[in-house]
Design a protein around this ligand. Structure first.
Ligand code: FAD
Length: 327
C-alpha cells in the first residue's frame, strides 16, 4: 500500500454510539483541501470493517485501523500510541485532530512525545511553499492570525464546524496498524454517570445551526422559547453565561470563553447583549441573527441580520412563519 507524499494524517474520533464523530467530515475535508487524507481510527477490531467503510465514504484515501492497546479503561494513551505508530508509517505533512476535549488531550501528549509543534483551535488550514499553515480566529474574532512551524509536521487541532469543504467519497483502502503499548502513565475511568438526557436536538459542538438564549429570556420558562425556535430550525440550543448562571439552562449549553466554541452556518442570538466573552465563542458563525430589544446592544455590531424587538413578540411570529413554510 502506497502512502501519498502529500499525506495529511487525520485522527478520527468516535461518537458514544461507536460511529465516526461529527467532526470527522470537516477534518477530512480540511485535509483533502491541502493534501491526501489518511485517517487513523482507534477502535476494537470487530468494528474495523464498518468504520473503514464509513471513513472512506467521508473521503479518506487510506484508513489506518488500530485496536486500543492496554487496559480499555485507559484514557488518551491508546490513541497516542496508535498516533505515534501511524505518524512513523505515514510521515505526513501535518496531523489534524479535532479541537474537542479528547482531541486536545491526545494532540498535546502526542506533540510532546514526538517533539513536534502544535497549533490549537484552528478554523482552517492552507498550504504554502513551505508547508501547512493553520488559521486562527482570535480576540473574539477581531483578528485572524496564521501559524506555521519551522521544523517537522505541525499538529493542528481544528475547531468543529469551522471547515465547510467536504472530500469526495473514496474506495475503501485500509490497513491494520500494529501498535505496541507504550505503558505511559494514563488516567483511568473508574466509573461514570451520564449527565445529559436523551435529546433529538443536534449536539451543540459541530451543529450547523444554533439558537442561543441569554438573560433576556427572563426565566427557565421563558427560555423554553429558545428550544421551540431551535426545533423549528433543526438547531442546537446554546446560551450565554448569564442564562446559565441564572439557572435557565444547564452549563453544557454555554457558548463563549468559558463554554463551548461554535462555528455554525447560522447562529441566532435571542436576548443576548453580545459581551466579548460570549462573542469569542460564536463570532466565526457564517450568518449571525440577533433579536434584542436594545438597539445599542453590542451583538448588533457583528450581526448579519438584526431585529430590534421583544423576543416574546418576535420569536413566536418567526416560529409561525417557519411552520407555515413547512411542506
Ligand atoms: P446581559 O448582558 O444581561 O444581556 C441581556 C440582553 O437581553 C440585553 O442586551 C437586553 O437588552 C436583552 N433583553 C432583555 N429582555 C429582552 C427581551 N424581552 N427581548 C429581547 N431582548 C431582551 N459569557 C458568556 O456568554 N459565555 C462565556 O463563556 C463567558 N465567560 C466569561 C468569562 C469571564 C472571565 C467573565 C468575566 C465573564 C464571562 N462571561 C461569559 C459573561 C459575560 O461577560 C456577560 O456577562 C454575559 O455574556 C452576559 O449574558 P447575556 O448577554 O445573556 O446578559
Amino acid at each position: 500500500m502506497e502512502i501519498a507524499e502529500d499525506a495529511i494524517l487525520v485522527v478520527v474520533e468516535l461518537a458514544p454510539d461507536g460511529e465516526p464523530a461529527a467532526s470527522a467530515a470537516g477534518l477530512l475535508g480540511a485535509a483533502d483541501a491541502v493534501g491526501t487524507p489518511v485517517a487513523l481510527v482507534v477502535a476494537p477490531a470487530e468494528r474495523h470493517g464498518a468504520l473503514a467503510a464509513a471513513v472512506a465514504a467521508l473521503g479518506a484515501e487510506t484508513v489506518l485501523l488500530a485496536a486500543p492497546t492496554g487496559d480499555p479503561a485507559l484514557l488518551t494513551v491508546p490513541t497516542v500510541d496508535a498516533l505515534a505508530a501511524a505518524y512513523a508509517l505515514v510521515q505526513p505533512d501535518a496531523v489534524l485532530v479535532s479541537n474537542s476535549v479528547e482531541g486536545r488531550d491526545a494532540a498535546g501528549r502526542f506533540t510532546a512525545r514526538a517533539g513536534l509543534a502544535i497549533a490549537v483551535d484552528a478554523v482552517g488550514v492552507s498550504r504554502d511553499e513551505l508547508g501547512i499553515v493553520a488559521h486562527h480566529s482570535v480576540y473574539g474574532g477581531a483578528y485572524t492570525v496564521d501559524s506555521a512551524v519551522t521544523f517537522g509536521a505541525p499538529v493542528i487541532t481544528l475547531r468543529q464546524g469551522a471547515v465547510e469543504h467536504r472530500a469526495q467519497p473514496r474506495p475503501v483502502t485500509s490497513r491494520v496498524l500494529d501498535v505496541e503499548s507504550s505503558g505511559a502513565p494514563a488516567a483511568v475511568v473508574e466509573s461514570f454517570e451520564a449527565t445529559s438526557g436523551a435529546t433529538s436536538r443536534p449536539d451543540l459542538r459541530g451543529a450547523a445551526r444554533v439558537v442561543a438564549g441569554g438573560r433576556g429570556l427572563g426565566s427557565e420558562e421563558g427560555f423554553a422559547l429558545v428550544g421551540r425556535l431551535a426545533d423549528a430550525l433543526g438547531a442546537a440550543v446554546g446560551a450565554s453565561r448569564a442564562a446559565v448562571d441564572a439557572g435557565y439552562v444547564p452549563a453544557a449549553h454555554q457558548v463563549g470563553q468559558t463554554g463551548v466554541s461554535v462555528s455554525p452556518q447560522l447562529y441566532v442570538a435571542l436576548g443576548i447583549s453580545g459581551a466579548v466573552q460570549h462573542r469569542v465563542g460564536m463570532q466565526t458563525a457564517k450568518t449571525i441573527v440577533a433579536i434584542n430589544k436594545d438597539a445599542a446592544a453590542p451583538i448588533f455590531e457583528i450581526a448579519d441580520f438584526g431585529v430590534v424587538g421583544d423576543v416574546f413578540t418576535v420569536v413566536p411570529q418567526l416560529i409561525a412563519a417557519l411552520e407555515a413554510r413547512r411542506p
